[in-house]
Design a protein. Structure first.
Length: 278
C-alpha cells in the first residue's frame, strides 16, 4: 500500500515540492507557540532549519517553540515539542497547557485528557473559564547549595534568588550560567527569583533553545515553586507565580521530600490561525 503521507513529507524535505501548511498560534502567559495538527504525519519533523524559520519572529510566524499534535495508540494524543532553534526538546509546561487547549479546539478532547510527551504521561483539565491545569512529573531529586537549587520538572532548571529582579540582566547572566561548566554541553534553563510574600514569588527565566529570556516558562515556574518550598521560603503547597507575561499557580502534595500530584495551572489562549508555504 502506498504511503501518501510519507511521499509528501519526503518531497517537502527535499524541496521538490511546496505545500501550504496550516498552523495555529497559541500563548500561555506570553509563552507563545506554533501549533500544528500532524495527525496526518505530513509535517517534515526532521527539518531543523524549517522549524527554526517558522519560529523566527522576522522571517517566519514567530514563537518560542513549535508543537506537533500527533496520534497515539494508548492516549488521546502525542505531544512533540521543538525549541525555536529547531531542535526537539524536553517537556514544556506552558506548551503542554496550550496543546491541551488546541486539542479541545480540534474536538480531539472535551474538558479532560491524558496524553503522552517526552517525559511520560500527563493528565490535564480545562475549566469553564479556559484555565488549563496540567499534571507535571513527580519530583524526588533536588540539589541545593547556598547559591542555587537544581531540579528537573520535565526539563532541567537552575533556580536562584536575586535582589532587584525587575532590573536584573536575565539574558546576560542567564547565558553565563547556562553555558558554564556547571551544566556542560547540555546546559540548563535558568530562573531568577524574588519572594513577594509567603505564598507568592516572581520569576524571570532564561530558556535554553530559545537562548533568551521568555515571558513565561511553565516547567520553570514549577521548579521555582518546589525549590522555594524545599528551601523553607514557603510552607504553602499552592504557590502563586508572577511571570513577565501573567500569573501561574503551582500546587503539589509533599511527603518526606517527595513531590507528587504536581499541577501547573494558568491561561492557554488561541491567538490566530493561518497558512504558510513550506
Amino acid at each position: 500500500m502506498i504511503n501518501i503521507s510519507l511521499i509528501v513529507r519526503t518531497f517537502v524535505e527535499l524541496n521538490l515540492v511546496k505545500m501550504q501548511l496550516e498552523f495555529y498560534k497559541y500563548q500561555g502567559t506570553g509563552n507563545d507557540f506554533v501549533m500544528i495538527d500532524n495527525r496526518s504525519e505530513t509535517f517534515p519533523k526532521d527539518n531543523t532549519q524549517l522549524i527554526e524559520r517558522l519560529c523566527d519572529r522576522r522571517f517566519g510566524i514567530g514563537a518560542d517553540g513549535l508543537i506537533l499534535l500527533e496520534n497515539d495508540t494508548e492516549t488521546d494524543f502525542r505531544m512533540v515539542y521543538y525549541n525555536s532553534d529547531g531542535n526537539e526538546s524536553s517537556m514544556c509546561g506552558n506548551g503542554g497547557r496550550c496543546l491541551v487547549a488546541f486539542a479541545k479546539k480540534l474536538n480531539v478532547i472535551e474538558n479532560s485528557t491524558t496524553f503522552i510527551a517526552t517525559d511520560g504521561l500527563h493528565h490535564a483539565t480545562v475549566s469553564k473559564d479556559g484555565l488549563v491545569s496540567l499534571q507535571m512529573i513527580d519530583v524526588d531529586a533536588i540539589q541545593t547549595t547556598p547559591e542555587f537549587s537544581f531540579l528537573n520538572t520535565g526539563s532541567p532548571h537552575h533556580v536562584q534568588l536575586v535582589e532587584d529582579l525587575e532590573h536584573y540582566n536575565v539574558k546576560e547572566n542567564g547565558a553565563a550560567i547556562r553555558y558554564s561548566e556547571l551544566y556542560g554541553k547540555q546546559g540548563s534553563n535558568i530562573n531568577f527569583v524574588k519572594k513577594i510574600d509567603d505564598t507568592t514569588f516572581s520569576l524571570r527565566t532564561y530558556e535554553r533553545g530559545v537562548e533568551d529570556e521568555t515571558l513565561s516558562c511553565g516547567t520553570g515556574a514549577t521548579a521555582v515553586a518546589i525549590a522555594m518550598n524545599v528551601l523553607g521560603k514557603t510552607d504553602a503547597s499552592s504557590i502563586d507565580l508572577n511571570v513577565e507575561g501573567g500569573k501561574l499557580v503551582v500546587s503539589f502534595d509533599k511527603k518526606e521530600g517527595h513531590f507528587t500530584d504536581v499541577f501547573l495551572k494558568g491561561p492557554a489562549e488561541f491567538v490566530f490561525k493561518g497558512t504558510i508555504e513550506i
